[in-house]
Design a protein around this ligand. Structure first.
Ligand code: ARG
Length: 578
């Protein structure tokens, strides 16, 4: 589902200003030509900057304006005037625009500085609510690198939506219910004890779970015992409930360490268990609507008409399933939060599951079915090694971050041993490196982590962009603040930087429209590269005269603002010193 909204502000504002002039000119040719917004959306960024900063492909207008693209481009260019355009020129049916330096200096950069941490924020979410279901590890199972995607993509989407004015509810839909608890209870009673589990935390629980599977290979009765214990739990057995609560608590405590490291907080931890008493009403509704079919004793919703396998609602023994819970949870959340959009971030392996139960929600007659959005992502491997679940032999998220932090620590010790706050910096840069590397690709692509690449200070990496941010901070602090000079743009580097800054809001909108945080990562790189070229070619504090110096300091401050705002959208810490 893609939301349509008016794209109007900075680069968008520039686009709409150009488009309104174009609209007038087109009207003179054909009175029922296009509207401003439609034209604004046709404006493209030319692949080669020598062709201009924005371009209108006129062949798309041939039919409407009944002329050749070349003629149209010429007619529209003739006498084109707008405060933000310094030149309108034509090449082969393209009408190209150069954004004026004066406009960048007097409108764009001052806007960045005056809006500060609000700069780049779209307003499309005002008055709307989004519910985001993400991270959601399964209690007593490892919180491993397969969860990296749902955790950081989910959180970025939350930040992006908040930035756009949405009221956001972040939900950690903990996998805190299911037969694994029967297994764990059996294993704990047979082989575990309070002290070791308390000392071992989740690892202790995972160990028990793994041992259960190893033992069950030879002793089939164990599975039956586990099922029986889970049934007791479902029926409210006090002893089992107490154990279950304890397992959940231990696991949460552990997950929260990783969330703290990432700066993630959830608004709700209502996990799967919360919905046990909310399913019967939905199952009844399915029955009332004649949607349930009995298939080999199980209750299913037939989805053949939609080219999907059936959605399983009840097992033969009447117990509920994953889709049943998701349906009940969605209904609950709709009533509770009145969401305009509910986003679910999971691995692409669950795409069918979501497509199925979204369809069932539609068939049940809930008219908000089209507000449900599944955001899938690809697999993660490390140095080529895939994940092995079940055996317990997995790379934990916590270890992945620890590894990165340690390596950054080593680098700091070598390069900058006197850095103050070394540990905190290593943590921010190590964590940032993982996040940035992970979010650099389109989410659906499978990713292979190469730690050295992620941690490099001179590739397209987290350390590189955080270092760039620290550089802006250091310049400003040496200058004693951003001063109050006027911005003057006279070099290509200054111009490119200002142009990059002007595009922020548009990129935020793109990221939200496509549920794609990588749009922001790439944007951050654009700004970092533009800033570093500016830094290397245009002396800032050592500029030839005071006015130039004051102007360049202002540009630096604007770059810092935009980088900082963009970092916030992908959970990257703003490192002031590295
Ligand atoms: N706990 C599940 C897992 O780890 C993910 C839950 C995703 N959210 C949902 N509403 N189904 O696979």
């Amino acid at each position: 589902m893609r939301e349509k909204h008016a794209k109007i502000v900075p680069m968008l504002k520039i686009k709409s200003q150009i488009a309104s002039v174009l609209a007038e000119k087109m009207k003179a040719i054909n009175p029922d030509a296009m509207g401003v917004e439609e034209i604004a959306n046709m404006l493209e960024y030319p692949p080669d900057a020598a062709m201009g900063d924005l371009s209108l492909p006129c062949f798309k207008l041939s039919k409407l304006l009944r002329r050749s693209p070349v003629q149209i481009a010429e007619m529209l260019a003739d006498g084109f005037e707008s405060p933000c355009v310094s030149k309108a020129s034509t090449i082969n049916g393209y009408l190209n625009f150069n954004i004026s330096d004066g406009y960048l200096a007097t409108a764009v950069v001052p806007e960045v500085l005056s809006k500060g941490d609000k700069y780049g924020a779209p307003t499309m979410g005002q008055g709307k609510t989004v519910v985001l279901d993400y991270s959601s590890p399964n209690v007593a199972k490892p919180f491993h690198i397969g969860h990296l995607g749902t955790t950081v993509i989910g959180h970025s989407l939350k930040k992006l939506h908040e930035f756009a004015g949405y009221k956001c509810v972040g939900i950690n839909y903990l996998g805190d219910w299911g037969t694994q608890f029967g297994k764990l209870i059996v294993a704990y009673r047979k082989w575990g004890n309070k002290e070791t589990v308390e000392a071992g935390g989740v690892d202790g629980l995972v160990e028990l779970y793994v041992k259960f599977h190893a033992e069950a290979e030879n002793d089939k009765a164990l599975e039956d015992e586990a099922r029986a214990e889970f049934t007791k739990l479902e029926h409210g057995d006090e002893e089992n409930l107490a154990l279950w609560r304890w397992f959940v608590e231990i696991s949460l405590k552990e997950y929260k360490k990783t969330y703290d490291l990432l700066g993630i907080e959830f608004d709700s931890y209502k996990g799967e268990s919360f919905y046990t008493d909310k399913m019967p009403a939905q199952v009844q509704l399915l029955r009332d609507k004649n949607l349930l079919k009995i298939d080999d004793g199980a209750s299913i919703v037939d989805l053949e008409e939609y080219n999907m396998p059936p959605c399983l609602i009840l097992k033969r023994d009447g117990s509920t399933l994953y889709p049943t819970r998701d349906i009940a949870a969605a209904v609950y959340r709709k009533n509770e939060y009145k969401f305009d959009k509910a986003i679910y971030v999971t691995s692409a392996g669950q795409s069918l599951h979501f497509a199925q139960w979204f369809k069932v929600v539609e068939m049940m007659g809930y008219d908000w079915y089209d507000q449900l959005v599944h955001v899938p992502y690809g697999t993660v491997s490390i140095n080529g090694a895939k994940l092995a679940t079940r055996t317990g032999n997995v790379i934990l998220l916590r270890d992945l971050f620890a590894m990165a932090i340690e390596k950054v620590s080593d680098i700091i010790d070598q390069k900058n041993p006197d850095l103050e706050n070394k540990e905190k910096v290593a943590e921010d840069v190590g964590v940032g490196a993982i996040i940035f590397y992970y979010l650099s690709n389109n989410r659906i692509k499978d990713i292979n982590f190469v730690m050295e690449d992620a941690l490099s200070f001179d590739g397209n990496t987290g350390p590189y962009v955080q270092y760039t941010y620290a550089r802006t901070c250091s310049i400003l602090s040496k200058n004693g603040g951003e001063g109050d000079g006027k911005v003057i743009i006279s070099t290509t580097e200054e111009r490119n930087l200002a142009l990059a800054l002007s595009r922020f809001e548009e990129r935020v909108c793109d990221a939200i429209d496509s549920y794609e945080p990588s749009v922001i990562t790439r944007y951050i790189l654009d700004v970092a590269v533009a800033f570093n070229q500016f830094y290397h070619n245009c002396p800032i504090l050592g500029a030839q005269d005071e006015a130039t110096k004051a102007s360049r300091v202002k540009l630096t401050a604007a770059a810092k603002t935009v980088l900082g705002n963009a970092f916030g959208l992908i959970c990257l810490k703003k490192t002031e010193k590295i």
